[in-house]
Structure formats: structure tokens, C-alpha cells
Ligand binder design. Sequence first.
Ligand code: BTN
Length: 241
Amino acid sequence: MIQRFHYTELTSTNDYAKELIKHLPLIAVSADSQTNGRGRNNRTWEGETHKNLFLSIAINHKNYPTYKYPSRYQALGCLVVYNALVKYISKDGIKLKYPNDIYIFDRQYKKVSGILIEHSIQGKVAENTIIGVGLNINQDSFSDELSFKASSLKKIGLSVTIEDIYNDILLEFENLFTKREDYIYDLWVEKLNILNKSITLLSDNKSYLVKGINPDCSLTISDAQNNIKRIDNGDSIIYEL
Ligand code: BTN
């Protein structure tokens, strides 16, 4: 059973969860606002107070053995959010984007949720895993820079409370967390639907074809000259969802 903790303000729910989980088996830490919300690749994660979900689910591996491929927690994280949202949004209206973003259709596909997976490692052992979820719910405007790429549930006409979505997400987590990791991985591969797609890798601005999805959730991609590369969740890519 997941233990729930809620705060009015935290620097980052991931940071706080990382401390709390040292003494507990399985927790959910949420906050009304974050002062130092973090995204992947050292980016910041922002969202208005009381309008969005800032949630971290933390797993202590003393109690719950780690996945054989810890990178698959990213698959678990985005499937949890995806499953919680398909209750409200048609399947065409919601897509996964590699590695673990959720996009919704708001005139074009725009990001509604991002997942930040962190592990506390001791030696070679992952002591715990933090699945950080940022989800835009009732925010109705975004900065000029973000307005073309970010959306919220409210912006597509959904009227839901943060509490409802929070409960849906924890319910989905409790369900998917009981499943085998291969099941989670296979489901993620299916929903991701990226195989054989053309992508642009932002680090070199070149086009590649996705040749394979590897068991550790990395992608094998090849360029026009058939040069093969492996990319993972440290890389940013764009492609048609
Ligand atoms: C991304 O898309 O870059 C991932 C964003 C993850 C944001 C969430 S909000 C809750 C948790 N606490 C953080 O500081 N980050 C994650």
C-alpha cells in the first residue's frame, strides 16, 4: 500500500521523496507548488500553484526488488499517466513521446506531462527509484515560449480536479506495479509506436530512422549512410507522433 504525503510547497517533490523513502517502503509525495521543479537533462519544470500536479512516487528496493533494467521505470511512469488519462481522452487524442512524455491533441500534439526518473545508487546497487510526474491540469495559459508546445487538460476542454487525477494515477500505479517488468516494457513499446519512424536528433540536428527498441529502453537509430547509433533518455528527439 502506497503511503501518501502532501505539502503546500516543496523545492521539488523528487528531492523530498528521495529523503523520505530512505525509511519507508513505497510513497507518493505531492505538493501544491514547487520552487525548484526539475525536468530531464537539467531543465526546469514550471507550473502554476494549485493548477497542476507535482507528484513523485518513490520505491524502496529493500522492499521491492529493482527491475532487471532500471531504465524500464520510465516505461512504468509514462504508462501509469497514460492509463489514467485515457479514461478522459480518446486514444487519438493522447500519445506517448519517447522517452517518457505524454502529448495531447490541442490543435497539434503538445506536451501535457513529463516524467523524471531518478535512482539513488549506492555502489552498483539502486537503493530506491523516484518516478516524478509533472502534469498540467488546470493551467490555462503558458509563456510565449511554451504555448506552442505545452498544453493542459483544461485547454482541451476537460474539467477535472487535481485530486481526481492524483487518485487515478495512484490507482493505475498500484495496478501496473504488480505486473512483470517485461509486460510493462512490451506495453510501452506498443503504445510508443516509434519503430521505423523518422526522427531528428536535436544534438546534431540530423535525421535518422528508428531501427530498434532495445530491452533497456534505448533506441537504435541509423542515418542515411547507415551509420548506427544508440540513444536513450538523455537524448532529445523530435518526430511525428
Ligand atoms: C520532463 O519532462 O523533463 C520531466 C518533468 C518532470 C517534472 C516533475 S514535477 C514532480 C517531480 N518533481 C520535480 O522536480 N520534477 C518532477
